[in-house]
Design a protein around this ligand. Sequence first.
Ligand code: CA
Length: 227
Amino acid sequence: MRILVIEDERKVASFIKKGLEEQSYAVDVSYDGKQGEQLATQNEYDVIVLDVLLPVQDGIETCRRIRQSKVNTPILMLTALGDTEDKVRGLDSGADDYLTKPFHFEELLARVRALLRRTGQDKTSLLQVAGLVLDPVTRDVRRDGTPIRLTTREFALLEYLMRNKGQILSRAHIAQHVWNVSFDMESNVIDVYVKLLRQKVDKDFDRALIHTIVGAGYMLKDEDADD
Ligand code: CA
């Protein structure tokens, strides 16, 4: 899967790139609309993430021109908070979906996956560990068939733990994937969320899946399984 990110804010662009690369996507970044358009029309991408406010050529115009070049790659547009006009103009210009800034990385990832799924390219999105099943697109979570209601952040945390099952995940790694760039590593927010998640995912079931690795972090694992 190859993704093009057109975003002039370097910090946001590198945050998106890093996160997507850690999910095994190949990522190209362009910092202006004109160059982005060139890349989009010269290469084959699976998804394009396109900011609205860009130098040289704005995102709306860039999107329109990419579509004029008969490139049908799904486009996820990044719009400013509360700017309804941008959203409408974005969709009118040929974007498939939009995401309002600021956003958490997991939200962007969910939209990207939904676009990949829509074009039939992401077939393995259902995550399963023992009787725990998570659908990243519908956001449905069940354990042994019982639906589990999670907040957006709890869901993102669980998805990250499940995607990396059997691996020890440090708090720093969890913060990078589940929280945004401004996350304060000194806080105990991750521990609080893990506790909340355990109450929903493990408490009423006969064996725990979320394990604390003392001095290292957390790990989601089915201890009765071989992997
Ligand atoms: Ca921008």
